[in-house]
Design a protein around this ligand. Structure first.
Ligand code: BTN
Length: 250
């Protein structure tokens, strides 16, 4: 994939900007990168703290030629790409279903995939936020988030992280679109996530929260959870929460 990068000092949200370009017909590979976001957003309507130069705020337009049932795998593939980038820097990451990358059980990266209809077909925007420094984390995330420089114990250049991310993203995206790609991505994700199986979690399903143990992924990336009553739940979307052995189930 060829990347074309649009750079901003400050913008509301790189995802919003990339979605706008996608609707205007932008090619796959158009990226929006900003030094700061004034309205950075996460999943479930959450705010993504985006102070100047304290994170990489990156969004890319995709037009995947993929059976629509496998579109959720774009998020998992993005997590694998971030994992590889962090591992290359010397960190020991983990991927929490569906889209968080953790180091030492703290969140270092979030991924927000959004779709939009355009005149030339469906487009996807994958937004990736990577914490680079943690000195001024808002209090509500200070305990649960970390950053690349905190974990490495040294400063890191944004350009270095951005270049490595683009390289790994291109590699794993091509893998997803290649022969047997969806199964390759599920397999790659399995090897990089402690959440793949045997992890005690609470998930939101149609009837409310359910506690159980993870039991692998469906071919489209949905998470299988065996509830405490033995029922199998296929979790397609939403957040999961890790449960410690001593915590009550629901
Ligand atoms: C999450 O964990 O809830 C997802 C966070 C995604 C944040 C990134 S930062 C770049 C892009 N622009 C946004 O407004 N959000 C994503």
């Amino acid at each position: 994939m060829n990347f074309t990068i649009l750079r901003f000092d400050s913008i509301d949200s790189t995802n919003t900007e990339a979605l706008k370009h996608a609707r205007q017909g932008a090619d796959e590979g158009l990226c929006v990168v900003a030094r700061q976001q004034t309205a950075g957003r996460g999943r479930q309507g959450r705010v993504w703290s985006s102070r100047p130069d304290e994170g990489l705020y990156f969004s890319v337009v995709l037009r995947p030629k993929l059976d629509p049932q496998f579109l959720p795998l774009v998020t998992l593939m993005s997590g694998v790409a971030v994992y590889e980038m962090l591992a290359e820097l010397g960190l020991d990451p983990d991927i929490k279903w569906v889209n968080d990358v953790l180091v030492e059980e703290k969140k270092i990266c979030g991924i927000l995939a959004e779709t939009t209809e355009t005149e030339i077909g469906l487009a996807l925007v994958v937004g990736i936020g990577i914490n680079l420094t943690s000195g001024t984390f808002p209090p509500e995330i200070a305990e649960t988030a970390t950053s690349v420089s905190a974990e490495l114990g040294r400063d890191i250049k944004i350009a270095e992280v951005e270049a490595a991310l683009a390289r790994f993203f291109g590699y794993w995206y091509d893998m997803l679109l290649g022969p047997g790609g969806p199964a390759e991505i599920v397999n790659a994700w399995r090897k990089r996530s402690s959440y793949f199986s045997g992890k005690r979690v609470r998930a939101q399903v149609a009837n409310g929260p359910v506690a159980g143990v993870t039991d692998g992924l469906e071919p489209n990336g949905a998470l299988r959870v065996i509830a405490d009553d033995g029922a199998l739940h296929i979790v397609q979307t939403g957040d999961i929460e890790r449960l410690r052995a001593v915590e009550p189930s629901v």
